[in-house]
Design a protein around this ligand. Structure first.
Ligand code: SF4
Ligand code: FES
Length: 203
């Protein structure tokens, strides 16, 4: 494995070829916020919360650290006025969906985000895709997916698959940063397994 040397926040960091900037930073004890990243899943690059600045040719460039590969002599900054401003805006946009989500509330405090900056959205889902990707990549079941597109994009369980695979699995539940997945599950179960719906609601 070839060793790579880069600089993150002024610290010399050793990484191996194929690692992302996020992995190299975490290995060196440098924290970068993420929402759509999960160690067991393929890099996705959806939420952009993990953006960092690369210094190059006298300027800077923003990249998503969870998908950007390490390279020799990269100079990376994980915090700056610009990065913090963008993260704050991303958090505010996501809080329009889930203003009380624990992770978002924590991030809002850290980046000074205003949970009421944008008009509230009907759906709690922030489209991180963790549930969909976990079910597809780890469980290989594809029991949960997105329906519709754009602002109408919504999470949904596939009833025929959920009926045989999900009732006793629920491994994706702890991954959801909001309550959207649990709500979608309850709805599916109430619609497709009416007898146990009340029992499920009481759980
Ligand atoms: S339901 Fe939760 S885990 Fe799934 S995409 Fe939406 S926010 Fe992410
Ligand atoms: S954690 Fe990198 S884009 Fe979401």
């Amino acid at each position: 494995m070839s060793q790579i040397l880069l600089q993150i926040d002024g610290k010399e960091v050793e990484a191996t070829k194929g690692m992302t900037i996020l992995e190299a930073a975490r290995k060196a004890g440098i924290s970068i916020p993420t929402l759509c990243h999960h160690d067991q899943l393929e890099p996705f690059g959806g939420c952009r919360l993990c953006i960092v600045e690369l210094e190059e040719r006298g300027g800077t460039r923003l990249v998503a650290s969870c998908v950007y590969p390490v390279a020799n002599n990269l100079i990376v900054r994980t915090r700056s006025e610009k990065i913090d401003r963008i993260r704050k805006m991303i958090i505010e946009l996501l809080m329009a969906h889930a203003p009380d989500a624990f992770e978002l509330v924590y991030l809002a405090r850290k980046y000074g985000a205003d949970r009421n900056r944008f008009e509230k959205e009907a759906s709690f889902c922030i489209h991180c895709g963790l549930c969909v990707r976990y079910c597809a990549e780890v469980k290989k079941k594809n029991a949960v997916g997105f329906v519709d597109r754009g602002i109408r994009k919504e999470i949904s369980f596939i009833p025929e698959i959920a009926a045989t695979e999900c009732w006793n699995c629920k491994e994706c539940f702890p991954l959801c940063p909001t309550e959207a997945l649990q709500s979608a599950f309850m709805l599916t179960r109430a619609l497709f397994e009416p007898k146990s719906a009340s029992a499920q609601l009481a759980e």
